[in-house]
Design a protein around this ligand. Structure first.
Ligand code: AMP
Length: 397
């Protein structure tokens, strides 16, 4: 278990506290279309306000690539945050992020005040983790808090570089929750422990599969990546997604599962279509019977039942990646069936961000899951067993 200092371990009264949040919210015509990420940041922010800190918030938004872009300004976030907190959040409009405006706004702060800095990616140093910008950020504060799990797998100035120049660097509640849930699930799971992996490519989840095979009792594989495994077992997969370069790897993983006594479940039937389109003709075929000219776009009905049964007695389930092309209604049933199965079981259910989280939310099952990670990429790297730079940079307890 990771043992990092959190906001509960420090005294911030009268101190300037820089908090790295994840305010990378979707915007349409300057309006926030989903404020979940802002809402999730509130517990840490409120705690610091209540403790008498001078709370300076920062975040990236989108990919301005080091150039100030008005449409990617955090100004709308400041407005929404003011409403949610019921107090003024001063927006430090400043193309340099830590320019004269930001410095003046921070200098004028009193205990409990909140200032939001401009999009950290307006500075080109940010994603390159160059010291100049890290040092400027650090000069604004006495204490640093990282509460942005979504970027924890990246070493940028505002989440990692800055910690070089401050004595106290801790994690916020959101980070703490992610570390605890993901960390416990992977390193100290209640058994049986089942992982469900899907999504398009084996290549992007190699290390996850490899690491999880050391930990789980069952591994269920669906989505586009299942076809490389089927092909590796000598079955025809027609025009389905296939990564020829990873056939040997798939074979190794099948062997590893056998050696470790892990039950590896692949789809027993597949929904195949002529074209990669929701309007395409489609049908369900048994495993090994995908004809030339057809491609697998979802797990079939038998597999949905098989996977639902496989998690019934589980005590911990980790799920990452859709079971099919769930963006197309005709091929979304497998992904929704898995979401439903997880909603119905009495187990610790961890959803690894991204598409699986979207499916769970779309179905209204959000409250039925133990934890939905706020970081797709970061949660994947966690499942790979990697130490995330954003976590590593915080002070140990
Ligand atoms: P990933 O980002 O690797 O988790 O993959 C997510 C994407 O995988 C989604 O956009 C799905 O549409 C896609 N996907 C899932 N199953 C399939 C499949 N059988 N064929 C093609 N794409 C798929």
């Amino acid at each position: 278990m990771l043992n990092k200092k959190s906001v509960d371990d420090i005294n911030v009264k009268g101190k300037r506290v820089l908090v790295r949040c994840d305010f990378n919210v979707p915007l349409q015509d300057g309006k926030i279309t989903d404020d979940t990420r802002i809402v999730e940041a509130l517990p840490t922010i409120k705690k610091l306000i209540n403790d008498g800190g001078k709370v300076i918030l920062c975040s990236h938004m989108g990919k301005p690539k080091g150039v100030p872009k008005p449409e990617l300004s955090l100004a709308p976030v400041a407005a929404r945050l003011s409403e949610l907190l019921g107090k003024e959040v001063v927006f430090a409009k400043d193309d340099n992020v830590v320019g004269e405006n930001a410095k003046a706004a921070v200098a004028a702060m009193k205990e409990g005040d909140v200032v939001l800095l401009e999009n950290t990616r307006f500075r080109e140093e940010e994603t390159k983790n160059i010291d100049t910008f890290s040092e400027e950020l650090a000069s604004l504060c006495d204490v640093f808090v990282n509460d942005a799990f979504g970027t924890a797998h990246r070493a940028h100035c505002s989440n990692v570089g800055v910690t070089k120049f401050v004595d106290t660097a801790v994690v916020g509640y959101l980070m703490q929750k992610e570390i605890e849930f993901l960390g416990n699930a992977v390193n100290n799971p209640k058994r049986p422990f089942v992982a469900i992996l899907g999504g398009s490519k084996v290549s992007s989840k190699i290390s996850v599969i490899n690491n999880l095979l050391d930990k789980v009792d069952k591994l269920l594989i669906g989505g586009g990546m299942a076809y490389t495994f089927m092909k590796a077992m000598g079955e025809e997969v027609g025009n389905s997604l296939l990564e020829e370069d990873y056939l040997d790897y798939a074979k190794d993983m099948i062997k590893k599962a056998e050696e470790k006594g892990v039950q590896l479940l692949l789809p027993v039937d597949t929904v195949v279509a002529k074209e990669f389109s929701n309007d395409s003709e489609f049908k369900t075929v048994k495993r090994g019977e995908i004809e030339a000219g057809w491609q697998g776009l979802d797990i079939g009905e038998e597999t949905r039942k098989l996977f639902a049964d496989a998690v019934k007695d589980a005590k911990t389930v980790v799920w990452n990646g859709p079971m099919g092309v769930f963006e197309m209604p005709n091929f979304a049933k497998g992904t929704f069936a898995v979401a439903q199965a997880l909603a119905e079981i009495d187990a610790i259910t961890i959803i690894g961000g991204g598409d699986s989280a979207a499916a769970v939310n779309q179905l209204g099952f959000k409250d039925k899951m133990t934890h939905i990670s706020t970081g797709g990429g970061a949660s994947l790297e966690f499942l790979e067993g990697k130490e995330l730079p954003g976590v590593a940079a915080a002070n140990d307890k």
